[in-house]
Ligand binder design. Structure first.
Ligand code: AMP
Length: 171
């Protein structure tokens, strides 16, 4: 089964020149979605994580069922201001301006092994920031995983841990 057949590729969204990889159609196709989670599980298990962390928002859709399948915990990395209690924050640069991601300070055990999960890697800015955020919690990011990696953007060079994706696709 080719997972990519179930991903809808939308040209010029959300702005001209961007090819958007829409996983809504993958999520709505149970055999293809099961196959996606199964292939990710194979990759994730190699790193023996204590916990998976998903990056808001589509990363949640991937990491939560994967963590359940693997019998490990799931945690959320969210945009600023969404999480209650004491949080750790990390600010990173965007093409225009900057963004802040957060994680609840007591969620991750110091010294634990974390695998980060998102739907897609483009420039690597989001995943790179998530690695730095989890490291602030004194946990170890043993790997990062995506369904799709966009080619030619140098995204994986921004990530200081092993990175794997199921599909390599044109940007
Ligand atoms: P980046 O930080 O540039 O690696 O962007 C990755 C994040 O933005 C992921 O959370 C993706 O969900 C989203 N994203 C970036 N580019 C695309 C794209 N072409 N299609 C779908 N999602 C994208």
């Amino acid at each position: 089964m080719n997972i990519l057949d179930s991903v809808r590729v939308v040209p010029d969204f959300p702005k001209p020149g961007i090819q958007f990889y829409d996983i809504a159609t993958l999520l709505s196709d149970p055999p293809a979605w099961r196959e996606t989670i199964s292939q990710l599980r194979e990759k994730a298990e190699f790193y023996k994580p204590d916990m998976l962390m998903g990056i808001e928002s589509r990363g949640f859709l991937v990491a939560a069922p994967l963590a359940m399948e693997m019998g490990v915990g799931f945690g959320m990395i969210r945009k600023k201001g969404k999480l209650p209690g004491k949080v750790l924050s990390y600010e990173y640069d965007l093409e225009y301006g900057s963004d802040v991601i957060e994680l609840q300070a007591d969620l991750v055990a110091p010294g634990s092994n974390i695998v980060l999960v998102d739907d897609l890697l483009a420039t690597g800015g989001t995943m790179g920031a998530a690695v730095n955020l989890v490291e602030q919690a004194e946990a170890k990011v043993v790997a990062s995983l995506c369904i799709i990696e966009l080619e030619g953007l140098g995204g994986r060079d921004k990530i200081s841990c092993p990175f794997e994706a199921l599909l390599q696709c044109p940007a």
